[in-house]
Design a protein around this ligand. Structure first.
Ligand SMILES: [Fe+2]
Length: 402
């Protein structure tokens, strides 16, 4: 298992997990050099260099994989949502793609309006979010797939849509009403609007920020809230979610250092979606982390950044193999997860698309749980695979039928 620890708690012999990404906004001053900590001197030097946290591997002797352990943990949760009748993936994916495109236009518009000091068109945003909510209710996996496969060149806009979509999918899983999902999605679309008030050289800086620069960044949730207040008609819970999306469970977040249940509920949902999307997104300067690894990392942030129960539910909602993941099967073939299975997280529905040599094959839809139910349980997922390592663009496979 992976756990986030404070540098003061590091000990010689602990193994630092490889985490090449620098999602500085969420994990500032994170030490990421992988390997075993050799001495107290090494820890002193890490501390002197200003690092505050690291992710370590726990229980190296255990043969249980992160997937299996997470599966076991979330299966112990009592919350099992009622089975809902969903529109088939193949039917919804084209509608979801149009919704995503329309949302992209609106995301660019609100950022431009904010940059130019114009009023943000909240009504148009609500209209866009309404389509996202409808799509998420019909089939949440389509939006999760699209958010996983968005391209990095439009990251700023795609990220706001992804946070909205992932938050809405999780909110729907938790049983929120439609009007609540609309407010949650609107907050997701606009959560980082306050960054338009921060110098671009800081926002686009690669690598670690100075303390002064990070102070500037810490102001963006309040800036966002102030920009939206100028509109005059934004619901209070949307403002509170935007303002609170970087607060942390243990009170170490910003801007108000709120903790535990004092953090507004929608802000806690945005925070989970925000970190998950940041970890799993490709940027020009960093590679995406695989979804299952990202969820393991987030589980390692429990009781610090997130409430344990809430992060467990988030993992349960997305599944051990979230929609949009590429997985390697025990046959050597590769499949794209297109529908997670909340009851049996290790057995999602997959589309087998590549042979063992990564050559495209006619797509074959397989429901791993249904196969097992009829006694054909020889097919199983071995691990998540990294599409970027093989230079595979998965997006065309979402709609490809054969
Ligand atoms: Fe933010």
């Amino acid at each position: 298992m992976i756990k986030k620890v404070h540098i003061e708690d590091l000990q010689p012999g602990m193994e630092i997990v490889k985490l090449s990404s620098e999602i500085w906004e969420h994990l500032p001053f994170l030490y990421t050099e992988p390997g075993i900590i050799k001495s107290k001197n090494q820890i002193s030097s890490i501390r002197e260099n200003g690092y505050l946290h690291a992710f370590i591997k726990l229980d190296n002797s255990s043969s249980e994989s992160d997937e299996k352990r997470l599966d076991r943990l979330i299966s112990q949760r009592e919350h099992t949502p009622p089975q809902k009748i969903r529109t088939p993936f193949s039917q919804e994916i084209e509608v979801a793609q149009k919704t995503y495109k329309k949302a992209m236009v609106q995301a660019k518009r609100i950022v431009n309006d904010a940059k130019l000091g114009r009023k943000v068109d909240y009504e148009a945003t609500i209209d866009t979010v309404g389509s996202i909510v409808d799509s998420a209710v019909r089939n949440p996996d389509t939006l999760l797939c699209l958010s996983k496969l968005s391209s990095y060149d439009a990251y700023t806009y795609a990220h706001s849509i992804n946070v909205a979509a992932i938050s809405v999918v999780f909110g729907e899983y938790l049983g929120l009403a439609r009007h609540e999902l609309i407010h949650l999605g609107a907050a997701g679309m606009m959560h980082d609007l306050g960054k338009t008030a921060i110098p671009a050289r800081i926002i686009s800086k690669r690598g670690r920020l100075t303390e002064n620069e990070f102070d500037e960044v810490r102001r963006h949730p309040q800036h966002g809230c102030d920009i939206l207040k100028r509109h005059g008609k934004i619901p209070e819970e949307v403002l509170a979610a935007v303002q609170g999306h970087h607060e942390k469970y243990n009170g170490s977040g910003y801007p108000r250092k709120l903790s535990k249940k004092d953090i507004p509920g929608f802000a806690r949902i945005l925070c989970l979606a925000d970190v998950y999307d940041a970890l799993t997104s490709d940027r020009s300067y960093k590679e995406a982390i695989l979804p299952n690894k990202a969820l393991a990392i987030m589980y390692g942030m429990r009781d610090q950044d997130f409430d344990t129960q809430e992060v467990q539910l988030f993992i349960k909602c997305l599944g051990i193999f979230p929609s949009g993941s590429l997985v390697k099967l025990n046959t050597g073939f590769y499949g794209l997860v297109y529908e997670s299975n909340p009851t049996l997280p290790l057995m999602p529905k997959i589309k087998i698309i590549l042979d063992e040599d990564l050559r495209p094959i006619p797509a074959k839809l397989v429901d791993l749980a249904a196969e097992q139910a009829v006694g054909k349980d020889n097919l199983e997922i071995l691990e998540c695979a990294d599409p970027s390592a093989y230079k595979i663009n998965l997006r065309p496979y979402l709609t490809r039928k054969g």
